[in-house]
Design a protein around this ligand. Sequence first.
Ligand SMILES: [Zn+2]
Ligand SMILES: [Zn+2]
Length: 195
Amino acid sequence: MESLDELLAKAEAAHGHMCAGQILGVRMSLLGLNRLGISDPRGADRKRLVVYVEIDRCATDAIGMVTGCRLGKRTLKFRDWGKMAATFVDLESGRGVRVVALENSRELAQQLYPHIESKSAQQMAAYRALTDDQLFREQDVRVSVDPSELPGFKGERFLCPVCGEGVNFGRWIEADGRRLCLSCAQPETRYWTPE
Ligand SMILES: [Zn+2]
Ligand SMILES: [Zn+2]
């Protein structure tokens, strides 16, 4: 595995700037991968890993970069829970580890580096220096990933009879004896309204 500094340089380039989230995300990933014994997530081990992220913030980009897991590869799963947490799943062993960033890390940053004025510089310094135990809580978990959620799954494609749009991966609902896409079956869940 590359060093923290090497990974941070790559994370910065991919994300567009260096920030506390990059450091947190890279360190969360290193911890998770280390626990699973995965050392080459973007190379030899790339088919072993799926990651669930629970927040869409800066750290999420770093997690995607280090692990190589991406939405477009179906290996990065987003659960919109607003928590600075991620679960790393080894598909080979079925083992998972959920890593949560601890709430008190900001206070620790302040205690450690009171002389640094900028909060973000303070956090960046601390997130490099603090131990995994100081930064994170980790938990062994089991995650059953359905085969239909994995890369390479070839499911039936279906055309919604109402909107005429194509739908993959079984994302439809049986309503009134017919299959509808989620948007037509549950219009109240639409994130858009027509103009
Ligand atoms: Zn950022
Ligand atoms: Zn439809």
